[in-house]
Design a protein around this ligand. Sequence first.
Ligand code: SF4
Length: 501
Amino acid sequence: LLTGSNVSSASRIAMGAKSPLTGGIKESNGGGITAMWLATLGIKAVVMEDIPEDDEWHYIRINKDKCTLEPANQYKDIGTFEFCEAMIKKYPDCAVTCIGPAGERLYSIAGIATMDKEKKPNRYSGRGGLGAVMGSKKIKGIVVEEKGTVEIKDKEKFKQVFKEYSSIVIKAPSSVSYKTLGTSATVRVSNDLTGLPTRNFRGEKFEHAEEISGESLYDLIKERGGEGKTTHACMPGCIIQCSNVIPDKEGKTIVSPLEYETIGLMGSNLGIGSLDTIAKLNAVCNDLGIDTIETGAAMGIAMEAGIAEFGDDEGALNLLDEIKNDTELGRLLAKGTLTAGKTLGVENIPVINGQAFPAYDPRAVKAMGVTFATSPMGADHTYGPMIKTDDFVGASKKAQIMMAKIDSLGMCMFLRGAITKHMDIVVDLVNAVHGWDLSMDWLDVMAMDTIKDELKFNELAGFSNEDYRMPAAFTNRKIESTNDIFDIDSGELDKLRQWND
Ligand code: SF4
């Protein structure tokens, strides 16, 4: 509703479909510029229905006059970066959202990439295999050829509220932290709690946590200089700028951004303590078009099964090559963590509703575990993130409601610390942009309706209470050093999902 209006961090792109990974509802949002470009042409959503009968590939081309299907057979099998470069040559001012070879091959770990403001496909709607949904329709990408402007209905009011909002966001301690260290600031916090996933969620502190911490990442970027950036905005107008650009020793970009979840799943979860290796793994995933969380968790399973050694950097890169080269092992890992774990006979599979845990061990970060076990999306930290609290169920519940508001508005989750107590200002912004007169009640009702609709979708798709259960590996197996276990009563979690109070 605020997309394209230049309100900070309010132009996320949200992908939605039935997930090939979980079989349930999936909303996966990402940053970048495509949503902004669409909104400035007056377009709120692009709906793709049905699948083509022939084997022809297309991309969707959108400009202010029309929407057409353009032939894309020549772009098949190319990575997201090459596709975006080809589109920029054709349409210099374009914004692109696309899939890589993984989406074309219908991998359940395939995501959808969106161009950042430097026009590189670095921003991901990674979770739930939505790249495979786009691939099933034989759509390589959505190309928005040009940009217009969003008409602000009440300019005076917008100017005044925009100033107030921006001042709140820029001064918030959470924004200052994101701008300095990005999401990777969480590595130390999480490891201190024994919540950083280590060697397929074994429940131990990672001995190389300091080497992959946000502080080390910051130092590495500063020391190497070149194209490196400790802070970066993924979309125009974002004043939080949690993103970064990781340079190699020559100062050339390896990847942008490198975030906490990737450091957790492709670093400590694989026993890898080198930021360079994690950045390289991330770069391969981005071009191939796969989710770093699901892929990192599946690779952890492969290591637990003895296919590669934990802590073997080359071994991890080789596992990714298996996926890239579409080998038998690669295709198994590309089915996701649950299928890989069952097939390889691994007991400890960090998955709920078919989707791998993000980088929080739910025994140590229990409120996050509550979110994993009640979210209709499968294990998803963005559905209701909460790290430090003693009220595990209550805090997760509040976080889920807040995230339903933030997601439904198309805003970035990293605004949460800044705006939770100022949602009236956000509603004022919506009213100013659209000339409406909505109240806070509208936002509350929309959030609850969204959560209930999503849970209903899963119910109609055949989900039962048992699908939401925390795996036994986290309810029976204690973290040795702390004795922590995920011990929240299933009945209490089922009650939360009823949302009756
Ligand atoms: S806070 Fe980070 S993810 Fe959110 S819009 Fe800004 S740069 Fe993008």
